[in-house]
Design a protein around this ligand. Structure first.
Ligand code: ADP
Ligand code: ASP
Ligand code: MG
Length: 436
């Protein structure tokens, strides 16, 4: 490899072997990873729009790697198709099915780019060596090989990779959890040392709350990885939570922006000092949890441990936990689980309840978790009081509370959830324009 000076700029040239011929190829300004979500590629017209955007990035002199989700609601449609055949489809087969959505979009985008006179090539996750563990439907990426992508980039091609999918060491197709194309994009940006990982979606960036619920929500100019991770985990589906863990760990430069406009989006970045000046960055809601209350658990050491050990063994993920004080020799323990898993886990929970000599178990699906998130909470007090007050004014009853360094969550009745989000958004002054 040698470096030559050209028109005042440095360009790196690399030796490239094509067949038997060794040629010199000018390197570009670096790699940009662009990810387009389902609504951005919902139909052929949208795919052509995306192709133009990708082509224009290439024109600016970048190597472009594009990650695409399935068209529109394809993944949901495939899942409901599976549901019509089986209530409990084998997860291997589910992955086989739902990974097909992304394969359609990569091929169509490659065709659209070819129509525009660009050289582009599409790949499945397996073809570019996205190796995962074997946890079907929620696999973790173990390794990503850059060899094939680099080879195509060096030939000047635009590389298009199917999001959301990988392959395990037994050559089985896996998927990375809902919203997993974000993870594909972050992982590729990390291994390719991308200048930027751009997440294109149907909103202009990350907002102070879901703009579908709070019309006065503001687009944030920037947000820390930690806050975005927390907001995503608590229901802001604009980014996949797990992808934010990886992005934060490796400091992947990221921006969330709209594929429908050219406006600047939200930069996701490492925490900077004055970020702490803002008490609450955003408000979120998660309507997907259910509450389980185990009644009259014997109030003696070891009982909670037995209950949660058994739940863990049964692979039941528990979120918030509350144990009431006992006035008799028994106590009630409530916890939340994924609502969609409730039907599946009821039998197991009832078995456990019997074994630990608790009296009864009750379920409540009509709940939602509303949360306020912000790294400013670390250095400011009074957030909880303000939150509870805002909910009280709206006559919203709090069923459970949990806190961490940078968030406070309350379980409320599902039908009051949107009202709760709007009340909190207003109480923390998020719809006002901030000076900073
Ligand atoms: P994509 O298909 O592009 O991956 P998603 O539907 O997964 O898009 O995520 C975008 C959606 O996330 C938006 O339409 C918006 O309604 C929702 N959303 C929830 N919370 C937020 C938030 N705080 N900021 C922006 N969007 C949010
Ligand atoms: N198509 C997948 C889903 O709907 C992955 C993604 O869109 O990120 O979850
Ligand atoms: Mg998404």
């Amino acid at each position: 490899m040698c470096t030559v000076k050209s028109r005042g700029k440095f360009f790196t040239r690399v030796m490239l072997k094509i067949g038997d011929k060794i040629t010199m190829k000018k390197r570009t300004k670096g790699v940009i990873v662009q990810k387009y979500g389902g609504s951005s590629v919902a139909n052929p017209a949208r795919i052509i729009e995306v192709a133009k955007r990708v082509a224009s990035c290439r024109e600016k002199g970048y190597d472009v790697v594009v990650v695409v989700s399935a068209l529109g609601d394809t993944t949901d449609e495939l899942l409901s198709l599976a549901g019509e055949i089986s209530k409990t489809p084998p997860e291997r087969e589910l992955d086989m099915l739902i990974s097909t959505g992304e394969q359609v979009s990569v091929a169509l985008l490659a065709m659209a780019l070819t129509e525009l006179g660009r050289e582009a090539i599409s790949f499945t996750g397996a073809q570019v060596g996205i190796i995962t563990d074997s946890s079907h439907t929620k696999a973790k990426i173990l390794d990503v090989s850059t060899k094939r992508i680099q080879k195509e980039l060096l030939q000047g091609k635009i590389v298009i990779v199917a999001g959301f999918q990988g392959i395990n060491l037994d050559q089985e197709i896996t998927t990375l959890g809902r919203g997993g194309s974000d993870m594909t994009a972050v992982a590729l940006a990390k291994v390719l040392k991308a200048k930027m990982c751009e997440i294109y979606t149907d909103v202009k960036g990350v907002y102070t709350a879901d703009p579908r619920i709070v019309p006065s929500a503001r687009k944030l100019d920037s947000i820390s990885y930690e806050e975005m991770l927390e907001m995503a985990s608590l229901g802001a589906q604009v980014m996949q939570a797990r992808s934010m863990e990886v992005a934060g760990k490796f400091n992947v430069p990221m921006q969330v922006r709209s594929s429908f406009s050219t406006e600047e989006g939200t930069v996701i970045t490492r925490e900077v000092k004055d970020m702490e000046d803002v008490l609450v960055r955003g408000v979120t809601v998660n309507k997907g949890e259910a509450k389980v209350t185990v009644c009259d658990v014997p109030d003696k050491p070891g009982e909670a441990s037995r209950l949660f050990e058994r739940l863990a063994k049964a692979d039941i993920n528990v979120d918030m936990i509350v144990q009431n004080i006992s006035r008799t020799k028994a106590t009630d323990i409530s916890f939340t689980v994924e609502g969609k898993d409730l039907q599946k886990i009821k039998k197991e929970i009832e078995k456990i309840v019997k074994d630990i000599n608790a009296k009864d178990v009750r379920y409540d699906k009509d709940i939602a978790k509303v949360s306020v998130v912000g790294i400013g909470m670390r250095s400011h007090s009074g957030v909880a009081a303000k939150m509870f007050n805002a909910l009280a004014i709206e006559k919203i009853n709090i069923k459970m509370i949990s806190t961490s360094e940078i968030k406070i969550s309350c379980i409320v009745e599902k039908k009051q959830a949107d009202n709760a989000v709007r009340a909190l958004h207003k109480a923390f002054g998020l719809n006002k324009k901030r000076v900073k």
